[in-house]
Design a protein. Structure first.
Length: 57
């Protein structure tokens, strides 16, 4: 089970990097769009906590 959790964590890191780079292109063209930036910063954390919760509960 630990290997499965580690694999998900690695995938999450890759997804976060990809999401961050793409949101840099999309969101920061218009500087006033702070909600877009907030969404891309918070969504990987929600996924991470969900994965950890289901693995350790």
């Amino acid at each position: 089970m630990l290997g499965h959790t580690f694999l998900l964590f690695i995938l999450l890191i890759f997804w976060y990097v990809k999401s961050y780079l793409s949101q840099e292109v999309r969101c920061h063209k218009s500087r006033e769009n702070s909600l877009c930036t907030y969404y891309w910063n918070i969504s990987p954390m929600i996924v991470l906590f969900t994965v950890l919760y289901y693995n350790f509960s």
